[in-house]
Design a protein around this ligand. Structure first.
Ligand SMILES: C[C@](O)(C(=O)O)[C@H](CC(=O)O)C(=O)O
Ligand SMILES: [Mg+2]
Length: 302
């Protein structure tokens, strides 16, 4: 009830344990605090908070328009509603190395377990689109060094994302990954890998945990968790999956209402009132005030 009882420090430790467990950790992307609850209930070990989802949710494209305040606030709202560790997408860190340092401290304050900082130029783009540009190794390394030095909890995970594969190829990605680890990255997110052998190539280049991005309609095939684990991947995200499916359902339902004059045909696809109440732990609030949950709702058992 109310907010998570697991402290940010415990969540950060948990994330470290997950990444070192030898079993790939699947982190679906939450598009709001309630969906983070669902992710937790379904038994996933952690929650991803996508920059693309955050931007798109505001009606904006994912090109670096969102601000640190918006990202830290929303990510904090999500993180406090789940016992699970949350990894947030911090894009390019919101500015120069000094801004990156502040970003890390704000994300720590917001209760996140870690974040990733990428080596794209501003304005950044979705990692699976063409025409991206990356900064030079020195600039990228400075961002990561600033991030690593700024954290106050040594377990706050600094993940370095590199987008260089799409620009200069897999060998450049290996070199960049090594340099980012040397700069203090705890983990590597190699973006837009073409196939499993490319994940393996990154695995061979660095000793830290690596992340696979299984975003739909992108440059990577949708590999199974087992396939990815076989290629040495420690963590996999499904960043926009829940937003896409929820928006798909919303679109179909609006069409149904338009076409038939009622939503009736879509009701069977909905989360029922009872399930919704379960997710917000309605019953627990009754312990404070027995007047809160003593009503009868037709169909509550559905
Ligand atoms: C992972 C990602 O950075 C995100 O913001 O979720 C995006 C996802 C996407 O646009 O599909 C990405 O750049 O891959
Ligand atoms: Mg992103």
């Amino acid at each position: 009830m109310l907010y998570s009882t697991t402290t940010p420090e415990q969540k950060r430790l948990k994330l470290r344990e997950l990444l070192n467990s030898g079993t790939i950790a699947q982190f679906p992307g939450a598009f709001n605090p309630l969906s983070a609850r669902l992710i937790e209930e379904k038994g996933f070990p952690g929650v991803y908070i996508s920059g693309a989802v955050l931007a798109n949710d505001l009606g904006l494209p994912d090109i670096g328009l969102t601000t640190l305040t918006e990202v830290a606030t929303r990510a904090g709202q999500i993180a406090r509603m789940t016992e699970l560790p949350c990894l947030v997408d911090a894009d390019t860190g919101f500015g120069e190395p000094m801004n990156v340092a502040r970003t890390i401290q704000e994300l720590e304050n917001a209760g996140l377990a870690g974040c990733h900082i990428e080596d794209q130029f501003n304005p950044k783009r979705c990692g699976h689109l063409d025409g991206k540009n990356v900064v030079d190794t020195d600039t990228a390394a400075k961002r990561i060094r600033a991030a690593a030095d700024a954290r106050r909890d040594a377990n706050f995970l600094i993940m370095a994302r590199t987008d260089i594969r799409a620009v200069d190829g897999i060998q450049a990605a290996q070199e960049r990954a090594k340099a980012l680890v040397d700069a203090g990255a705890d983990a590597i997110f190699p973006e837009a890998m073409k196939d499993l052998s490319e994940f393996q190539a990154i695995r061979d280049a660095v000793d830290v945990p690596i992340l696979a991005n299984m975003t739909e309609f992108g440059k990577s095939e949708l590999f199974t968790a087992e396939q990815l684990q076989g290629a040495g991947v420690n963590m996999v995200i499904y960043p926009v999956t829940l937003l896409r499916i929820a928006m798909g359902a919303a679109e179909r339902t609006l069409e149904t209402i338009k076409a038939t004059g009622t939503q009736e045909a879509q009701v069977e696809n909905m989360l029922t009132r009872a399930r919704l109440y379960d997710l917000v732990d309605y019953e627990a609030y009754n312990q404070f005030d027995t007047g809160v949950f003593n009503f009868q709702v037709p169909g509550l058992s559905r």
